[in-house]
Design a protein around this ligand. Structure first.
Ligand SMILES: Cc1cc2nc3c(=O)[nH]c(=O)nc-3n(C[C@H](O)[C@H](O)[C@H](O)COP(=O)(O)OP(=O)(O)OC[C@H]3O[C@@H](n4cnc5c(N)ncnc54)[C@H](O)[C@@H]3O)c2cc1C
Length: 611
């Protein structure tokens, strides 16, 4: 058999230049003509195609293996990162490996334009290299053996990558479980794998169209590609940002449509991979559904408006989740089928600080302004996310911007409440907010941190009072005091009968002056934001002004200062959550502080988006 194939191969090579469209590897239907098979008889052509399938299948095994090796190194790097961080320079292992490992991390951590970091870039470049290599290796580059070979190869690659796409789309996926790299951070890889699926599927379709066969297999393949194309073009960042819900629906429908169509296209070869990939995804959905049902029995979300278009959401359930995990919230009375991710901002209760955008969060905010303290039926799916164990660190540096404070406050308050059980000696807490009134978002947490001797609290306010013009046109805080009075529903408080402490969840003590009736409170809060933001009364307003600084923090200097005099066995953790620029600076500041012989420094960046 092997010698026959070798002979066919040489013959195909010799006849390559005379090939018609598709060459010997093509799908030409005119198999009776010997010229269409590079001078082969129909039987030889069939054998050649069989051989081509064997070569492709063999190479796909190698591609699959290469992907496994890549994933293995990814896992190894992340597991050893945690291990090396905790190990520091202790023991033989620490002494030998720490220096090269840190030298590598110093480079890998830095932000690379358009990529999360240099490390991510290296990973994606390797993945791209593998795809290019396996797309062209032993195909004769389309010239000698015909474009059919490349078309088939790309189809195989697209299939393998599709399995990866499904795997990385799962919120509960094994890679996240092993690496501690949670689903939202893996999402960037999901997107890259998706891009390759579309590119390879497109090459396959373009080349296969030349070998057009008007049968149901061809039509099913074309249908799958159309689904992929819609999915691909609807996933561009500008569409995702503007119409996330449409993007999401199109995404799910097209992904399942494409998988089903591919099942008809090549039931034998693709079937198993597709069923496996779809099965994993459906399993993930079921896990999410049942967990959601479990957590959501009788769950109510109580909502309170806060200055700066924010809402505090308090669920009437207690939880002992890892601090700064996130969960998906669905409030059917606001948006029936939408669930949105939010970070749990409290160390031991289910509270969230939500910043209003244009969709669900805007509705939530409007409802909170109209009915502060209202309890709404809510479905919660979580927890997700994998945040390092900050309790084991000696020094903790936390950077947060705006509602990214949910991440930092959850971690810092968890440490402060368990200080005796922690190794933490100091917490450098830096929170950047636009207006001083936003400090109300974490009023009681600020109080806790303020009273803890190990915390160095610094709040940077980026806007001067004179700059205070609310950016959102629909915001009730964007106007004069009169406008605000007019825009808010003024009920008679005795008529509505609502006060915050009558509602479930009010025990969380959102506001210090709970004796106010709710509409008055909403009005007072919103007006206060606009008119006298820097003279807010209440516990935060009375906070010593030395916690507030104007402008932006010099993050390099803060990290340098916080890591100064640390000994080589100290464990230092930097955590950051906020706008892209803040994360970039946190990355670069941490990378600059890492030394081969000093303390062990780790970085965790939490993002409020899909990377
Ligand atoms: C892991 C994680 C944790 C988060 N934690 C918080 C938090 O604690 N507080 C907070 O205020 N925000 C948080 N966010 C962001 C929050 O999920 C979005 O702002 C919210 O979903 C926007 O809903 P919307 O309908 O009002 O958005 P739109 O006005 O429709 O869009 C505004 C932006 O939000 C994005 N977005 C919309 N829906 C989603 C969604 N379901 N998932 C992800 N992004 C979406 C859009 O792409 C767009 O960029 C978090 C996001 C993630 C991924």
């Amino acid at each position: 058999m092997a010698s026959t194939i070798q002979a066919l191969w040489s013959r195909a090579e010799a006849a390559g230049s005379r090939n018609s469209a598709g060459g010997p590897g093509g799908n030409s239907t005119n198999t009776s003509s010997s010229s269409h098979g590079g001078g082969m008889t129909p039987a030889q052509l069939t054998a050649f195609r069989h051989w081509m399938s064997l070569v492709n299948a063999d190479l796909m095994r190698w591609y699959g293996l290469s992907l496994c090796v890549l994933i293995f190194f990814f896992i190894l790097f992340h597991v050893s990162r945690t291990f090396m961080h905790l190990q520091g320079r202790r023991g033989m292992m620490g002494k030998m490996v720490a220096a090269p490992f840190r030298a590598f991390r110093k480079i890998a951590l830095r932000k690379m334009p358009k990529f999360t970091s240099n490390g991510h870039f290296a990973l994606i470049a390797t993945y791209t290299g593998l795809n290019v290599f396996f797309a062209v290796y032993r195909t004769g580059f389309g010239g000698i053996y015909g474009t059919g070979f490349i078309a088939k190869r790309c189809a195989w690659l697209a299939l393998c990558n599709l399995a990866l796409v499904f795997l990385l789309a799962m919120k509960n996926n094994p890679i996240a479980f092993i690496t501690g790299y949670s689903h939202e951070r893996l999402n960037v890889l999901h997107r890259w794998a998706g891009r390759f699926v579309w590119v390879q599927a497109s090459i396959h379709v373009c080349l296969a169209t030349r070998l057009r066969q008007e049968d149901h297999t061809y039509r099913a393949g074309l249908t799958a590609w159309l689904f992929f194309s819609i999915l691909f073009f609807c996933s561009f960042a500008f569409i995702r940002r503007r119409a996330y819900e449409y993007f999401f629906i199109v995404h799910i429908v097209c992904a399942l449509g494409a998988a089903a169509a591919l099942g008809f296209h090549e039931p034998k070869t693709y079937g198993m991979v597709l069923y496996l990939a779809s099965g994993m995804w459906i399993f993930d959905r079921l896990v999410r559904f049942f967990r959601g049902v479990h957590y959501s029995k009788g769950t109510k979300a109580t909502i309170y408006p806060l200055p700066g278009d924010a809402v505090k959401v308090v669920l009437n359930k207690s939880a002992t989740f890892q601090p700064a995990s996130h969960g998906f919230i669905n409030i059917p009375s606001l948006k029936l089928f939408q669930s949105h991710p939010f970070t749990i901002s409290s160390a031991n209760s289910l509270e969230f600080i939500v910043r209003a955008q244009r969709g669900f969060t805007r509705k939530l905010y409007d409802r909170a302004v109209q009915n502060p303290g209202q309890s709404l039926q809510c479905y919660f799916d979580g927890p997700y996310g994998n945040v390092p164990d900050y309790r084991r660190m000696n020094r903790v540096i936390l950077f947060a911007g705006g509602s990214g404070g949910s991440f930092s406050f959850a971690i810092a308050t968890d440490i402060v409440r368990n200080l005796k059980r922690c190794c933490v000696e100091s917490i450098e807490f830096v929170w950047v907010i636009r207006e001083k009134s936003h400090s109300k978002w974490f009023e009681k947490e600020l109080e806790e941190l303020r009273n803890c001797p190990v915390v160095n609290l610094r709040i940077f306010v980026t806007r001067e009072p004179s700059d205070l013009v609310n950016t959102h046109p629909e915001s009730p805080t964007n106007g004069t005091a009169e406008d605000l009075h007019r825009s808010l529903p003024i009920h008679d408080s005795t008529e509505s009968g609502l006060t915050i402490d009558e509602k479930p969840g009010s025990s969380s003590g959102v506001h210090s002056n709970d004796i106010l009736s709710v509409p008055e409170k909403a009005l007072e809060l919103t007006i206060d934001t606009r008119i006298k933001p820097l003279s807010r009364s209440g516990s935060v307003g009375s906070m010593s002004p030395c916690y507030f600084e104007s402008g932006r923090p010099d993050m390099d200097a803060i990290v340098k200062e916080a890591t100064r005099n640390a000994n080589q066995h100290d464990l230092i953790a930097v955590g950051a959550c906020g706008p892209t620029e803040l994360m970039r600076r946190a990355r670069n500041a941490t990378a600059a502080a890492i030394t081969t012989s000093g303390a062990s420094i780790s970085l965790h960046c939490e993002q409020f988006g899909w990377g």
